[in-house]
Design a protein around this ligand. Structure first.
Ligand code: NAD
Length: 331
């Protein structure tokens, strides 16, 4: 089976090749993203394998179909970059990796929260310059603070476990509350209550038409003054211009992002010698109380191994009609 792997980095090659050894899966790696300009690279392959910033819109999917590619395999959990109606109409099966080390993203969420709150990003540079003053580095205890968790799936649950370890109070919102969490006395509330009562808000829901710009001018207005927002889920959940306005008025006291709504133009590339054209992103970088990482929540050895294993299983099982239902992206 010949598979064209898009957005392929060295670490993808290494983990995927290790898993494919001894199977009939042959990978060809392209470092470019999949989009309408690059889709012709997929000609002659049985399947494509894609990541978060590859574009699988109707035009790309139609083109894939003309090359007889009937399987689009994703090596990630989210699938907001795929036009599912078009895929269904064309008979292209979309598979994903529904679960891989939720702890990898949950732990990164806390890495961001702790860095932001205890100003590790500033302290690190200060100490390197032999400046050992503490002015401007004061944080607050997480113990006793209320964390609002939006989305209590696999990652949200792992975040809740960590919150409990820190002695935080947890409020949750999810349209499909988890009965196990409810039995453990984790409190589900309406979204507005979560906004008004949380000191820290952490996003763990998927990006859908319903959740697009869930964090906007209106929802920010409901939040506590100086609330801290963490987004390790998908960039489109946050209206970036609204959050910048709230950072300027200090309504938002801190922001940590692993994802950004226009990240496909920036992330996973070395642009250190380039002029960044995205003025909104550049403005975000100017705030002392903003910490940004470039979509690395998933980036642990454990997660990459599990991603490669599930991806291989999906590729091998698809022609045999043995795909696990959870791994197929349904409309
Ligand atoms: P999951 O499917 O296990 O959980 C998602 C939860 O969100 C579900 O419980 C669902 O009911 C809930 N939800 C759906 N609509 C909602 C809404 N309108 N409001 C609130 N909750 C809603 O997914 P997961 O594995 O926990 O992943 C969560 C998200 O994390 C993914 O969608 C993905 O975007 C993101 N993610 C980011 C990284 C990273 O590297 N930063 C890695 C993996 C996943």
């Amino acid at each position: 089976m010949k598979v064209a792997v898009f957005s392929a980095k060295e670490y993808d090659k290494s983990f995927l090749c290790q898993e494919a050894s001894g199977t009939d899966v042959q990978f060809t790696f392209f470092d470019t993203t999949l989009n309408k300009k690059t889709v012709s690279l997929a000609e002659g392959y049985d399947a494509v394998n894609c990541f978060v910033n590859d574009t699988l819109d109707a035009e790309v999917l139609r083109q894939l179909k003309t090359y007889n590619v009937s399987h689009a395999s994703l090596r990630c959990a989210g699938f907001n970059n795929v036009e599912l109606h078009a895929a269904k109409k064309l008979g292209i099966t979309v598979t994903r990796v529904p679960a891989y080390s939720p702890e990898s993203v949950a732990e990164h969420t806390f890495a961001l929260l702790l860095s932001l709150n205890r100003k590790i990003h500033k302290a690190y540079n200060r100490v390197k310059e032999n400046n050992f003053t503490l002015q401007g580095l004061m944080g607050f205890n997480l113990h006793g603070k209320t964390v609002g968790v939006i989305g209590t799936g696999k990652i949200g649950k792992a975040v809740i476990r960590i919150c409990q370890g820190f002695g935080c109070n947890v409020l949750c919102y999810d349209p499909y509350p988890c009965s196990t969490l409810q039995q453990q006395n984790v409190e589900y509330v309406e979204l507005d209550t979560l906004f008004t009562h949380s000191d820290i808000i952490s996003l763990h829901c998927p990006l859908t038409t319903e959740t697009q710009h869930l964090i906007n001018q209106e929802s920010i207005a409901k939040m506590k003054d100086s609330a801290v927002l963490i987004n390790t889920s998908r960039g489109g959940l946050v209206d970036t211009k609204a959050i910048i306005a709230a950072l300027k008025t200090k309504k938002i006291g801190g922001l940590a992002l692993d994802v950004y709504e226009m990240e496909s133009e920036l992330f996973f590339q070395d642009l250190s010698c380039e002029i960044i054209q995205d003025d909104v992103f550049q403005r975000l970088l100017t705030f002392p109380n903003v910490v940004i990482t470039g979509h690395q929540g998933f980036f642990t050895q454990e997660a990459l191994k599990e991603i490669a294993q599930t991806t291989l299983n999906n590729l091998i099982n698809y022609p045999q009609g043995k795909l696990q239902p959870d791994n197929i992206v349904q409309l």
